[in-house]
Design a protein around this ligand. Structure first.
Ligand code: AMP
Length: 193
């Protein structure tokens, strides 16, 4: 399946270092340079806003999917190409999952983790075969990657599923890896029909 729209999950806050905002903007530029549309939570602040603004400045198409409760004017990016409102957080995640052909997480907090793990779990049970990537900036995800290694080593994540998550620390390299990605064979599915 060719990738046209990339779902991005990332902090609604900027974090504590300019490295995060700079890399989020570089990631947005890499999406636009590769003519990939952005699907994201629609906000204009934090890393979310930095990715979206860079895609827009690069001439790309930006799809914001926002739950009504978060749709206050000051949250929304003013230059979205498409703005979709959903009833709640769950239908927002479902619509983002449906619209995107691949998913990437940048540094973030609870919301980012919720979205990343939802997509990983759905892939694990064979609900989709879309690539999932992690942009690990400034060692931010080292504890998470250590936990994944631990869960693999201790038998809680099947060995074949290690390949589910593409990890890079350079924004352009992650986009390249995403485009070159071959989904794992279907026999890796955790639950078979
Ligand atoms: P967090 O990592 O907790 O900052 O949450 C970021 C993720 O949750 C993003 O990928 C969004 O999809 C969603 N999110 C959190 N806050 C907002 C907001 N104010 N507007 C839209 N989406 C948000």
């Amino acid at each position: 399946m060719s990738i046209q729209r990339v779902g991005v999950f990332c902090g609604s806050k900027p974090g504590d270092s300019p490295v995060f905002l700079e890399a989020a903007a570089a990631f947005g530029r890499a999406l636009a340079a590769n003519k990939l549309d952005l699907v994201y939570g629609g906000a204009h602040h934090g890393l979310m806003g930095a990715v979206a603004s860079a895609v827009i400045e690069g001439g790309g198409h930006v799809i914001g999917v926002v739950p009504r409760g978060l749709s206050r004017q000051e949250f929304a990016h003013p230059k979205l190409s498409e703005h979709h409102l959903t009833d709640d957080m769950y239908s927002r995640k479902a619509l983002m999952a449906q619209k995107a052909d691949a998913f990437i997480a940048l540094p973030g907090g609870f919301g980012t983790m919720d979205e990343l793990f939802d997509m990983l779990t759905a892939a694990q049970v064979g609900l989709h075969r879309k690539p999932i990537g992690l942009l690990d900036l400034d060692g931010f995800y080292a504890p998470l990657l250590a936990w994944i290694s631990q869960a693999l080593a201790r038998g809680f994540i099947p060995a074949g599923l290690k390949e589910l998550l593409l990890v890079r620390s350079d924004p352009a390299e992650l986009v390249e890896a995403l485009l070159a990605h071959q989904p794992p064979p279907s026999d890796l599915r955790w639950i078979k029909d």
